[in-house]
Design a protein around this ligand. Structure first.
Ligand SMILES: [Ca+2]
Ligand SMILES: [Ca+2]
Length: 443
């Protein structure tokens, strides 16, 4: 071997150490240096068995890396290009708004309409109170326009935001229809405490489950076409601790210090039925319910087919939900992470639930569909059908009920749109909560 030859020639041991420690890519250089040395006696056959192979390996590795670098660079360039286009479009629209605003003919009403067209076009989840000409800015980091002046606004691109909202009074079950999301959706705690806000989801069809190529998929996610023939309402947020208290007069959550606007946890499927029964009796009907598993996934995807409704990567997960990569908490009574080997980020000793509505919503304006608490659905757990189905509601009987969306302790794979979980209907847990659905009645 070359090391033997080098040693025999009396070369310094340090050179040998340097050789053995060097990266593969430097082999040739070291060999050349050795050959140039006076003390080195060139062996008859230059190479030593295996050196050619080694060089070939090094070359292949370098080529592979160059290929990967190129692909990565191309992806970045593509993103940059798209971002630049979006930014230019945004600037044009904003300029148009300013022209309307500054024109002598503009009235409050026209300005209001222009503002609402702009915010709608850019799919801004929350319009500010009225309109403010200088409050829209482009954020290069998120590649999206955001609102400043103290208002947090999350954005998502894509589908239009047609549809309406329903505001439910939890004390009396009365509902009020709203033409759009309230301007103070994210700043007024009422929507997360004594009221409940729901979003109308249009009827439609989608592919439920995951394609065979999806990273991290499980065998129970057989992809099939689902048609939902009726529109329905679904909670914009997970049901919170305070909302549970208002309806049930009880505080079941184990994360007692997570706050009023944290999702209720530690509720079983049976407990959720009690909540629904109470709310329905206040409302004088039976319209409130849990979403079916199909309705849940349809609402979660909001037209997307990717692993997550926000994309496919870890950073997409971090942007849209609380999962094991970001759910650390400092409040008392957090969950001790030390035995959780899969949690990479242990900078926080404990993890737990977070207030609803902080992370970016999906295209239909729904928050925390990925992560925070897992959400009970109405279905019994069972195998998916192999063909297309219409308005599915799961097997007629079973032993476990479905819950979806992954939670604060799951990894990103567990939070995928298609991922399914289930548990006994009478089993609560600190990972389990829910989101309310409501039939849209005869509409
Ligand atoms: Ca959730
Ligand atoms: Ca699963």
């Amino acid at each position: 071997m070359i090391l033997g030859a080098v040693l025999k020639s009396g070369l310094s041991i340090f050179a040998v150490l340097a050789f053995s420690a060097c990266a593969l890519g430097e082999v040739t250089t070291i060999v050349e240096k050795v050959e140039a040395s006076d003390e080195f006696q060139k062996p008859e056959k230059p190479a030593v068995a295996g050196l050619d192979d080694l060089e070939k390996m090094v070359k292949e590795k370098e080529e592979k890396k160059a290929d990967q670098d190129k692909t990565r660079q191309e992806e970045v360039q593509k993103d940059d290009k798209l971002n630049a286009l979006k930014k230019a479009g945004f600037a044009t629209d904003l300029a148009q708004f300013h022209r309307i605003f500054d024109s002598e003919q503009s009235t409050d009403e026209i300005r209001g309409l222009a503002w609402s067209a702009l915010t709608r076009k850019w799919n801004i989840a929350v319009a500010p109170d009225g309109y403010r000409t200088n409050s829209l800015v482009w954020d290069d980091r998120t590649a999206a326009p955001i609102l400043v002046e103290g208002k947090t606004v999350a954005l998502s691109g894509g589908a239009s935001r047609d549809g309406i909202y329903l505001l439910v009074g939890l004390d009396d079950g009365r509902t009020e229809e709203l033409p759009d999301a309230p301007a103070d959706l994210l700043t007024n705690d009422a929507y997360k405490t004594d009221k409940l806000i729901m979003r109308r989801i249009p009827a439609g069809e989608f592919m439920m489950g995951s394609p065979a190529t999806e990273d991290g998929r499980a065998s129970d996610e057989l992809q099939h076409k689902v048609t939902l023939t009726k529109c329905f309402y679904i909670g914009v947020f997970e049901v919170t601790q305070e909302q549970w208290k208002v309806v049930m007069k009880s505080k079941p959550s184990l994360f007692k210090n997570a706050g009023k606007s944290a999702p209720v946890d530690n509720v079983s499927w049976d407990d959720c039925q009690e909540f629904i029964k109470k709310l329905n009796s206040k409302a004088g009907g039976s319209l409130f319910c849990l979403p079916t598993e199909a309705e849940w996934e349809y609402a979660c995807r909001a037209g997307t087919a990717t692993r997550l409704n926000s994309g496919k990567s870890e950073s997409d997960m971090a942007a849209t939900g609380w999962y094991c990569g970001n759910s650390g908490v400092s409040y008392e009574g957090g969950f001790d992470l030390s035995p959780c080997s899969w949690v990479k980020d242990k900078s926080n000793k404990n993890a737990g639930t977070h207030h609803v509505g902080i992370k970016a919503p999906n295209t239909w304006g729904l928050y925390d569909m990925h992560g925070n608490v897992l959400e009970w659905c109405s279905d019994w757990f069972g195998n998916y059908p192999s063909g297309a189905v219409t308005d599915p509601s799961g097997p007629a009987s079973g032993s476990e009920r479905v819950f979806r969306g992954g939670g604060w302790l799951d990894d990103a794979v567990g939070c995928r749109s298609a991922n399914r979980n289930c548990g006994a209907p009478d089993g609560p847990g600190r990972h389990l909560g829910f989101r309310l659905a409501r039939s849209a009645g005869q509409e």
